[in-house]
Ligand binder design. Sequence first.
Ligand code: 5AD
Length: 345
Amino acid sequence: MVLLNRLERERSLSEAEYRTLIDSACPSLAEAAAEKARRVRHEHYGHTVFVRGLIEVSNICKNDCYYCGIRKSNAACERYRLDAEDILACCEEGYTLGFRTFVMQGGEDGFFTDERLCELVRRIKARFPDCAVTLSMGERSEESYRRLFEAGADRYLLRHETAESEHYARLHPPELTLTNRMRCLADLRRIGFQTGCGFMVGSPFQTTAALAKDLKFIEQFQPDMCGIGPFIPHKDTPFAAFAAGTLEMTCFLLSLVRLICPTVLLPSTTALGTIDPNGREKGILAGANVVMPNLSPLSVRKKYMLYDGKIATGDESAQSLAQLKQRMASIGYEITVDRGDVKKG
Ligand code: 5AD
């Protein structure tokens, strides 16, 4: 409680103190953290929830991350790629529904060269000038990120996954390194993107020390956005037999991140909604202020399976925005039609 109070006041703890705080997690401490996190969130964003239309543009990926259902070695994964017309149609539908941010997320698919991706960004921005475009397309060169920014992309999401390099090496094949991940994030920030990092909760081999490093990294990097969701095993990956992360720990960490970065755009993730039917509401009540409903065509949604059980019924979808609005209203929050840019104080 002493540490939590200090975190609230100073927005900073030592790595050892973060470790102690995480190790002391219990329902009463989590509720105290959530209360503080909500207070901070209300100060900056009131009771509004920003929505992002998520378009899963491709599940083709050259990487082989051990946790991920669309890793290249998963032969059971049926691959697809949306074309520009499909993607623009998703945006069109999303715009009508009230979305003012489109997030294009995909595997590291070589088809999306700078030329193609820049052209796509330009077309979306020309057609929807009042909307923000967020990219979540993995690791690229600095030059590539610069071209995408110049084409009009506003934001970039690239979770760091874990801030501990030994842990990073147990989640990824050797060609993927924490150093390069961090290089990407630094490039994105310097270029001018609203930049998002983030990590999975309860990923295999994760220790409290690793989570403490995640929090310290977030404190130092001061991301504009931060994606935090539970690890959920996928049956066709090397991590099939591991347990999922818990709702409680995910919500506790959401609250801590809100206290560390008061104005951060913090989604209550689809994964949280997957492990608990009221997960998304619980994330909002822990201090999150963003939800990202799926705008991908129904036909491909089942194929973008990062983890087992990922909701793809239509229930999670942007089309049932009305239901989402109701769910948020039931806990006292309101979805707004807004780009939802980060507040810089
Ligand atoms: N469980 C939870 N999250 C996952 N991701 C990938 N695989 C899984 C999984 N099995 C997350 C990663 C990635 C984001 C797009 O999805 O953190 O950055």
